[in-house]
Write a protein that binds this ligand. Structure first.
Ligand code: SAH
Length: 263
């Protein structure tokens, strides 16, 4: 009598898909996407990346936007566990890098507690992709000795950040999820002593064909953005290095109308 073979072990691949341009995927991410059987993805995973999934792959949108969740985090976690226990090889796609403001750690804790096998594939986080595209070096021997990534997400109308530390000169501060909080961010940095003339950029849909770069200073950028119909995803970069975009950036980053990025 033949015994039935055990079902193939399922697992979850937590894959960073970078800031949007599919050419910024790692080779490993691209291979996993092209071989996918089922993919769960957020709204930050670009259409260009999703286009690399094979036609037969099942696609599950589990995106979260401010206060509008397609699925709650626990449901996403449980869905991955259920699929993996059925023997499925689950691709969990995340914009940027899964461990940078991406709740990747939380998802893996859940999988680990459930005894589900997982693998992590890093991605280019928005700060790296966006700044490369906009001609903003994050560090620079003359202008910035360090670089800090923070979340500018507003909670009850305020931001719980270490302002005295962020207000120090000669460092770059990159703010994720900061569009709504931009006026508060600039005001707090000035209040804690950062020069109001410090250059600041906001980059919308960085690395994508509709990338927009607006530049100003801590004193002027909130006003510029208020009249410019800016919407997410946007990244804010504060620091002296931002001034280099004028010489190192693409024509568009230097103020010309947006062009699709060259390949
Ligand atoms: N894990 C992601 C970040 C998720 S938080 C990463 O490593 O990049 C979501 C925030 O990332 C957005 O609100 C925005 O601040 C930033 N972001 C992601 N992709 C972006 C893009 N293409 N252009 C500008 N900002 C982006």
């Amino acid at each position: 009598m033949h015994e039935r073979p055990p079902p193939p072990p399922g697992a979850v691949w937590l894959v960073g898909t970078g800031p949007g341009d599919p050419e910024l995927l790692t080779l490993r991410a691209a291979r996993l996407i092209q071989d996918a059987d089922i993919a769960l993805y957020d709204n930050l995973v670009s259409a260009g990346v999703l286009a690399l999934l094979p036609a037969h792959a099942e696609r599950l949108y589990v995106g979260k936007r401010r206060n509008k969740h397609a699925l709650e985090q626990d449901d996403i976690n449980q869905r991955m566990v259920d699929l993996a226990r059925q023997g499925r090889r689950v691709l969990r796609l995340k914009g940027g890098d899964p461990f940078v403001f991406g709740r990747g750690g939380e998802e893996l804790e859940y999988l680990a507690a459930a005894g589900v096998a997982f693998h992590v594939v890093p991605g280019i986080t928005a700060a790296l992709g966006v700044c490369a595209g906009a001609g903003i070096p994050l560090t620079h021997r003359r202008l910035a000795q360090s670089c800090t990534f923070v979340t500018g997400h507003l909670q009850d109308g305020s931001m719980d950040l270490d302002w005295p530390m962020l207000a120090r000169e000669r460092q770059t501060v990159v703010v994720y999820m900061g569009l709504l909080g931009l006026p508060l961010l600039c005001a707090r940095l000035i209040a804690h002593g950062r020069d109001p003339g410090t250059p600041v950029a906001i980059v919308q849909q960085g690395t994508l064909p509709r990338q927009r770069v607006l530049t100003g200073t801590l004193a002027t950028l909130p006003g510029i953005v208020a009249g410019a119909d800016v919407h997410g995803p946007t990244l804010i970069i504060v620091g002296e290095v931002v001034a280099l975009a004028a010489t190192l950036g693409t024509a568009e980053a230097q103020g010309a109308p947006a062009q699709p990025p060259r390949v």
